[in-house]
Design a binder for this molecule. Structure first.
Ligand SMILES: [Zn+2]
Length: 196
């Protein structure tokens, strides 16, 4: 598998997290390159949790000389605070980039609120995919629309909320979920692998 470029939005999120500087707090140098903590050759996916911005010196001390080990790098990553970029623009799955997992269930919302938490995970596969990248929401009340994309090879087959909703296919991997009444708690969306 050849290595695709890191999607722009993901790159921005990684850069924002360390203030566009080297993520090692005592370094903070520029310029930076985005590095995989677990090597690309092993994970074959660009995932926010595994990406960190490093200056060339820290990158080399991590990648080449191993002066900074993986545990330390994970600790530096854990100490960073992701910054959210609010974008209402719809994106297709292809624009978001190749994620490793197909979605099975997406659940949005929290007690007493329209959107408190947003998590997406896969029941049938082997891990999470990023709900912040895959689900776009703008709930204000009845009739609102939520955009959901699922991984290539998957389709949304059902969705459910406390107050009812419907699914509209917008493209092969992009769906809209219409909320018929004010979203009170959560929406559960089920994706299944498309059978050929
Ligand atoms: Zn550095």
């Amino acid at each position: 598998m050849s290595r695709p470029p890191i999607p722009k939005d993901l790159e921005r999120k990684v850069l924002l997290e360390s203030g566009h500087r080297c993520a090692i707090p005592t370094c903070k140098q520029t310029p930076v390159v985005i590095c995989h903590i677990e090597p690309w050759a092993k994970v074959k996916v660009h995932q926010f949790e595994n990406l960190i911005a490093l200056c060339p010196t820290c990158h080399s001390r991590f990648d080449n000389t191993k002066a900074i080990d993986k545990k330390s790098m994970k600790a530096y990553k854990a100490g960073l605070k992701p910054q959210e970029v609010n974008e209402s623009a719809q994106k297709t799955f292809k624009e978001i980039g190749p994620l490793a997992y197909g979605g099975s269930v997406i659940q949005i919302g929290g007690i007493g609120s329209r959107i408190v938490t947003k998590t997406a995970w896969s029941l049938d596969e082997h891990g999470y995919f990023n709900a912040n990248d895959c689900v776009f929401t703008s709930f204000n009340g009845p009739g609102d629309f939520m955009h959901v994309c699922c991984a290539d090879g998957y389709q949304i087959v059902a969705c459910k909320s406390e107050t009812d909703c419907y699914i509209e296919k917008l493209s092969d991997t992009n769906y809209g979920v219409g909320i018929l009444d004010q979203l009170k708690n959560s929406v559960t969306i089920r994706c299944e692998r498309i059978e050929h």
